[in-house]
Structure formats: C-alpha cells, structure tokens
Design a protein around this ligand. Structure first.
Ligand SMILES: Cc1ncc(COP(=O)(O)O)c(C=O)c1O
Length: 439
C-alpha cells in the first residue's frame, strides 16, 4: 500500500467566517434544536455549518475551505473520505445494512471482533461492541461489577468518559456536567485528582491506595492521556503503579483509549506504550472510520462474568451493525498496511517540535503524543474559545479542552500532509500573539 497522505490543501475563504449561508442555517437550527448551551446572543455567530469533507479539509455551506485540525473530535483518523473505507461501505451496503445484534450477528461483526481481540493488547480477550464511546464505557463499568461483585469505582477528576448516565457518573472533567443529574447517578464513585505532573502523582497514588484498601472497589477507570481535559499524559511510572495497586487489591483496571487508541497518540494503544496491560480496554472514536462504533475488550475470564443461563442482559438494536463493522475493518487494514500509526508518531513529533519552537516564546506549553496535542494557553479561563474563533476566521478548525477551556486541542487526521501543519503553526503563532499579547 502506498504512503497514505491527504492532499496538502490549505484554507480558501470566499466569505467572512461565518458566512451568510452558515448564519441562515444556524438560525434554522436554533428553531429546531434544543439549546445545548448558553442562549445564543444576537450578533456575531461563532459557528459554521459543514457541507462537505475530503482528506483533511472541510467546506462549509458558503463554499469556504477549511483545514480540519479537529477531525470530528479526533474520530476521523484517515480524514474525511478515505477511499478504502468508502469502498468497504459500498460493498457492505449492497450486502447487508443491519443484522440482529446478539441474536443473529453478521459475518462483518465476527471478523471485526477477531481483529480487535488481537490488537487490544490483552491476552485471550473477548469484546462487546457498541455505537458510542459512552456505550463502551458503560459496558466496561458493567463488566467490572459483574466480574468482581463490587460496586465501587475509582475515577479521576479532570477525566472525560462520556455523558450518558453510566459514564457521566465517572466523568470528572467538569462538575457542571454531573451537577443537574447528581441525584440519579451511581453513588459508588470515588474521586482522585488526575496526576497531571510528577508533583501531584504521589498524592493521587496515596489516595488511590487508601480507597482500594477501604474495600468494595471493583474498578479503576482512567484515561492514559486526558483528551478533553486538555491533552495531558499520565506518566508511565504512575500508570504502572495504578496497575500494581489494582492487581494487589483485586480491582479491574479500565483503560479508556477511546481518544488515545488506534494510532491517535502515535501507538496502537497508549497504555501498551506505557508498559501497562489493563484488564479492560475501551475503544471508539476513530474505530468506525467515521461511522459510530465502539468496543469494550477484556480478558476472557473477566468476560465470562456475562455468561448466564436465562437471558441476555446487555444489548442494543445497532450493536455490531454491519456497515460500521465493515468500515472499521477497512480502517484497521489501512492503519496497519499503510503504517499510519508509525506515521502519526513521526509526523506528530515534528509538529510538536515546530509548535514548541514557535509558541514556547509566547508562554504556551505544549503536551501530548502522536497527533493528539494540547496547547495550554496562559490567558485565563475561556481564552481558548476566542483563539478557536480567530483560527476559524483564518480557515483552521480546532477544538478546545481543559476544565476551564484553557487549551487548544489539535487532533488532525493521521494522514494530514506535514506542509499543512507547518503553515498552520505560523498562523497559530500570529493568532496567539494577537489574542494573548494584544499585538
Ligand atoms: C476518553 C473518552 N472516553 C469516552 C468518550 C465518549 O465518547 P462518545 O462521545 O462517543 O460517547 C470520549 C469522547 O470524547 C472520550 O474522549
């Protein structure tokens, strides 16, 4: 397979951003979509409406071309229209759109699970498929309680695991996510501050150990790199210590690799690169190649806890849907045969160095691994939102992260052309000079 790289197309703006067509669509949206945030003020709108995507680019409804450094919150590993994935979709759609979950599975589902148990890094693994990352985390939490008989869970303040009810109970990124629903959430969750650097590790490990000692803990769930939390890696030593402690106290270690996994962080799994073999791994985001798909994988002996005589106690209509399984198989094939994971590590390390060289002097700290990079801005809470808008106005789409939305998060397609990243770095520097330093 030739080197997989998207065409090196920079931004091409035909209107001011957002343009008139985006404004019209956003107005229509505001009438029919529930208001999922601050009530929009009349005046400047901050969003654009996507119409088309190809490679590492997105076109909005005004015909403006953007470079997409967010890539569907990191989910478009191979860009917007990878030919192999589209071909797999064509073939599968002519064969079978939908199967019957756990009753009558499709051959695509079987083939996919066979591959996932190979790449998940857990010896002799079995898996459960879902549609969203939150589905995979729900399955992991349920697996832990079934396998250990203990309801208690340790989770990290600062980490993100999804917002449906199971994951929300362990989602520590912002108190405001849980607060309105607190009365309905799992009350067996114990919090530890995410060890963001060596100075906070000892306290985090001490508290973890004390909680494990107190008994009743069936699982510890962690992100090897905080994703939405601003792209902050946990140190290898700390992750290994969590592994040791959970083994010592008979709790399952759940690695949420929904964002970090499948090459995004420059390795198939970041926990593997850290030398940690968890009991349970969650995958999602890029797994389906742009279609919704997720997986929870665990050792066979752990998964045996699901086995029961009377009934199936966990399923959903579209679990293991053939279209998503087919695009996932194509995605894994390109990742492997195109050496895309290795490429992400190499391109990511050059990009990181460029960003450090250009932004370091402005007081910006860079963190991350592979093509999952966070720029921690020193301008106070909410500053990242302004930078995001300024970058969009210049044709670059990014996302924000961190508990106080103080980070710019960069998760481009792993197949992005390096020259596009170099051009972006200069634009980013100019925008930050204007926003953070007013000049
Ligand atoms: C680490 C992690 N876990 C879980 C989720 C939830 O995934 P989804 O939004 O597909 O439910 C996310 C989403 O950003 C995530 O980053």
């Amino acid at each position: 397979m030739p080197i997989v790289e998207n065409e090196a197309l920079g931004p091409e703006l035909k209107t001011r951003v957002p343009g008139p067509e985006s404004r019209t669509w956003l107005l229509r949206l505001s009438r029919v979509a529930a208001p999922m945030g601050p009530i929009p003020e009349p005046g400047p709108m901050r969003s654009i409406v996507f119409a088309r995507g190809s490679g590492s680019n997105v076109w909005d409804v005004d015909g403006n071309r953007f470079v997409d450094l967010a890539a569907g919150f990191g989910s478009l590993l191979l860009g917007h229209d990878p030919p192999e994935v589209l071909r797999a979709l064509d073939v599968q759609k002519a064969l079978l759109l939908q199967a019957m979950g756990d009753v009558y599975p499709s051959n695509a589902k079987v083939g996919l699970l066979e591959q996932l148990v190979e790449i998940c890094g857990i010896p002799d693994a079995q898996g459960i498929l879902g549609q969203s990352g939150a589905d995979a985390v729900s399955a992991a939490l349920k697996t832990a309680v079934l396998a250990t008989g203990r309801a208690g869970v340790i989770a990290f303040r600062g980490a993100y695991h999804g917002l449906s009810y199971g994951p929300l109970s362990v989602c520590g990124l912002r108190e405001s996510y849980r607060e309105p629903f607190a009365a309905q959430l799992n009350s067996h969750v114990h919090w530890v501050d995410y060890p963001k650097d060596t100075s906070t590790e000892a306290a985090a490990l001490e508290r973890t150990e004390a909680l494990l000692r107190s008994g009743g803990i069936g699982a510890l769930i962690y992100e090897p790199i905080l994703g939405r939390g601003g792209v902050v890696p946990m140190s290898d030593a700390c992750a290994k210590e969590l592994r040791r402690l959970t083994i010592d106290h008979g709790a399952l270690l759940i690695a949420d690799e929904i964002w970090t996994g499948l090459g995004r962080s420059g390795s198939w799994l970041y926990c593997g690169r850290q030398g940690v073999t968890p009991d349970v791994v969650c995958l999602g985001k890029g797994l389906g190649g742009g279609l919704p798909l997720s997986a929870c994988l665990a050792r066979r002996e752990v998964m045996q806890a699901w086995s029961r005589d009377a009934e199936v106690v966990h399923t959903s209509t579209f679990a293991g849907a053939p279209l998503a399984c087919a695009t996932a198989l194509a995605t894994l094939d390109v990742l492997r045969r195109g050496a895309v994971v290795e490429r992400a590590a190499a391109v990511g390390s050059v990009f990181m160095q460029q960003l450090r060289d250009e932004l370091g002097p402005l007081g910006v700290t860079l963190s991350g691994a592979g093509l999952m990079i966070g720029a921690q801005l020193d301008g106070g809470a909410g500053v990242a939102g302004d930078v995001l808008l300024q970058l969009a106005k210049r044709g670059y789409l990014v996302s924000t992260g961190g508990g106080a939305r103080q980070s710019i998060v960069l998760t481009p397609p792993l197949t992005i052309a390096p020259s596009v990243l170099t051009e972006f770095t200069s634009v980013f520097r100019d925008v930050l000079r204007g926003t953070l330093h007013g000049g």
